[in-house]
Write a new protein. Structure first.
Length: 95
């Protein structure tokens, strides 16, 4: 499975996982159902990463009373752990 995900990332399929901070939970669920990453990347108009949303973030949002129309800004992880392209695999594995 890891090899398949890596191949899809190399082909650029990760673009399908991008949403704006103004998108809602319903849109994030649709993206999670379609992409192999199992995470939504929340980016601004310039393509800069603002946060991430996983299915766990959505479940926790529901437990806090948010609904499908809730903005991703309210549930996203705003300081995600990010690896740079130049980071060695063993460094990333320790993250």
């Amino acid at each position: 499975m890891k090899k398949i995900i890596h191949q899809r990332l190399e082909k650029g399929d990760w673009h399908s996982a991008l949403l704006s901070p103004q998108a809602n939970v319903r849109e994030a669920i649709n993206v999670l159902n379609k992409v192999c990453l199992k995470i939504v990347l929340v980016v601004d108009d310039c393509g800069r990463l603002q946060g991430t949303v996983s299915d766990g973030d959505i479940r926790r949002g529901f437990l806090r009373g948010f609904d499908l129309n809730c903005s991703l800004m309210r549930i996203m992880k705003k300081q995600p752990l990010v690896a740079r392209p130049e980071d060695r695999p063993e460094v990333v594995a320790r993250m």
